[in-house]
Design a protein around this ligand. Structure first.
Ligand SMILES: Cc1cc2nc3c(=O)[nH]c(=O)nc-3n(C[C@H](O)[C@H](O)[C@H](O)COP(=O)(O)O)c2cc1C
Length: 205
């Protein structure tokens, strides 16, 4: 593992987990699922939480000066900060409400700005730079079950985030594609149980 801390007094390794909330609502359904995951992650890891909408992140200009394996040349902003957090993390949990069958714009902008964190260039070809790290993907969408499984709805958001994580070589231990989401609806037991199951998988060696 890359960034393990040590459990005080025991010497046991304590993995670092990073939660990226890619949604705008701190009390929305996406953040509620991420909080459910955080509570369980905290039992075995050091957890860092980033609200992507709170960061100032300029859009990628496509200059590709970051390749091969260089720091983004844009002025220091939130993307540089999160890039270091992803590098240091053993576990990454990415959450986004589904917007147009995809992730939110700010989360996509963050990933555009952090390409070398996920892929290094070996000779002519990109190589995964995050092998050994684990990940979970969470999305919420208004579409009711089973329409959330369409690629134009929640499944499209999961696929888009998976594309980034697969590029990095993450082991994706599972996904949550929560249907019928609204800011006012309380989360039911099944989604908390799914969160608990994913965290057990993350904790497993
Ligand atoms: C710009 C925008 C696009 C959206 N696109 C979709 C969509 O393609 N499919 C869908 O089921 N819901 C869509 N929704 C509904 C959101 O997914 C839903 O409001 C969100 O999951 C609620 O999560 P939150 O409480 O974390 O904000 C969209 C909402 C917005 C604001």
């Amino acid at each position: 593992m890359t960034g393990q801390l040590h459990e005080p007094g025991t010497g046991a390794p304590r993995p670092r987990a990073l939660i990226l909330n890619g949604g705008p609502h701190k009390n929305g359904s996406t953040a509620a699922i991420l909080r459910s995951i955080r509570a369980r992650l905290e039992t075995f890891s050091a957890v860092d939480w980033v609200d992507v909408y709170d960061l100032d992140i300029r859009p990628c200009r496509g200059c590709l000066a970051c390749r091969p394996d260089k720091r983004c040349v844009l002025p220091e902003d939130g993307a540089h900060l999160v890039a270091e957090k992803i590098r240091a993390a053993d576990i990454v949990v990415i959450g986004s409400p589904t917007y147009w069958g995809n992730m939110t714009g700010p989360l996509k902008t963050l990933f555009d700005r952090t390409v070398p964190v996920f892929e290094r260039i070996d000779g002519r070809f990109p190589e995964p730079a995050c092998r050994g790290k684990k990940a979970v993907i969470v999305t919420t969408c208004a579409a009711p079950f089973p329409l959330n499984l369409l690629s134009s709805q929640g499944a499209g958001c999961v696929r888009a985030i998976r594309t980034v994580l697969d590029g990095g070589g993450f082991t994706i231990v599972g996904t949550i594609n929560h249907s019928g989401a609204s800011q006012r609806a309380a989360l039911g037991g099944p989604v908390h149980r799914k969160a608990a199951g994913l965290c057990r998988a993350l904790a497993a060696v």
